[in-house]
Design a protein around this ligand. Structure first.
Ligand code: FM0
Length: 326
């Protein structure tokens, strides 16, 4: 009644921004991401009929009450799915330097879904696992697969058609993704809170919805043709449109800080120097920069020299979920 699984974090190129159903984590729009190789979560689940509640350990230490409650609520969904009633000891190790500015909720929830289902002795396909992980955190549904992944938003109210599908394997396009960690001073608004407030109050949200599916179709076509310049233009514009919606929210907010803008400007200067690089930004000030494998060192040096950039991590497309022992 135990299993260990590993899932890697992912970076959205076409953003998931807004839910049509908060309970089932159903998105307003489809999205597209790259799973990263360097950052992942490894989770061990041991079901024990003697337990009276779930116990959660994160990076070797007992997790706080709020974090444990969040994990246990997700475990209830897995128990419902499996028709099981036992509680479990859950141990997660994040190979995601929390300070890397990369959310570990996607890799964490995907690894937990995979380990829990396997510990219960169930064999499920990727689609089923993706739908389960989605109910832990929306973007987690994409971490089931490696490489380039699309989360199809689905139309049905029960979410049975809202899951991720693999688009392109991790070795099929030699791109690099550089994650810039900026000094962050401001209080963080979680992506969950940020998208909720934006959907509910921002007049710009309608504009986001009008163009995001077109962006997705164009991005998929650029990926199929390995057209990096086209993909880059689309993903930069999509990230900027997502962040523009937050400025119209009530109260308004902006995830960026000055160094965020400095990195964006530096990426434009790289392109003027003939080095193809494109940025994207999630629910925080940190910037991820995509470039060709051959340019990764030159781009890293440029980004690391920007005041306010603390560290730059070089990543490549990574694998989907796997099972231990490791
Ligand atoms: O990853 C993306 O597509 C874009 C974002 O990162 C924001 F930029 C959103 C991620 O949202 P998530 O943390 O999955 O929210 P949950 O479903 O409320 O847990």
């Amino acid at each position: 009644m135990e299993a260990t699984a590993r899932a890697h974090t992912n970076i959205a190129l076409i953003k998931y921004w807004g839910k049509r159903d908060e309970k089932l984590f159903l998105p307003m729009n489809s999205s597209l991401s790259i799973t990263l190789d360097k950052f992942y979560t490894t989770t061990k689940v041991v079901f024990d009929p003697a337990l009276k509640a779930d116990r959660f350990f994160l990076n070797g230490k007992p997790a706080g009450a709020a974090e444990t409650a969040k994990i246990s609520r997700f475990m209830d969904k897995i128990r419902d799915f499996a028709g099981a009633k036992w509680y479990a000891v859950i141990e997660s190790e994040n190979e995601v330097p929390t300070a890397a500015g990369l959310a570990s909720s996607a890799s964490g929830m995907a690894a937990l879904a995979a380990a829990a289902v396997k510990a219960l002795g169930l064999q499920v396909d990727g689609r089923t696992l993706s739908k389960l992980a989605r109910q832990g955190s929306g973007s987690a549904c994409r971490s089931i697969y490696g490489g380039f992944v699309e989360w199809q938003k689905g139309e049905k109210a029960d979410g049975s058609d809202s899951y991720a599908v693999p688009l392109l394997g991790r070795d099929d396009w030699e791109l690099s993704i550089l994650s810039c960690l900026l000094e962050s001073k401001q209080k963080k608004i979680s992506s969950r809170e940020g998208m909720k407030r934006t959907v509910e109050t921002s007049p710009f949200y309608a504009g986001w919805l009008e163009t995001v599916e077109k962006d997705l179709a164009a991005a998929k076509s650029a990926i199929a043709r390995r057209d990096f310049a086209l993909l880059g233009r689309i993903l930069e514009a999509n990230a900027l449109k997502m962040h523009a919606t937050t400025l119209g929210a009530d109260p308004p907010f902006l995830y960026w800080q000055s160094a965020t803008l400095d990195v964006m400007r530096e990426v434009e200067l790289l392109r003027e120097r003939g080095i193809e690089a494109y940025f994207t930004i999630d629910a925080g000030p940190n910037v991820k920069v995509l470039c060709g494998r051959k340019d990764e060192e030159a781009v890293r040096e440029t980004l690391a020299a920007i005041p306010g950039v603390q560290r730059v991590f070089i990543c490549h497309p990574g694998p989907g979920v796997s099972y231990g022992p490791y």
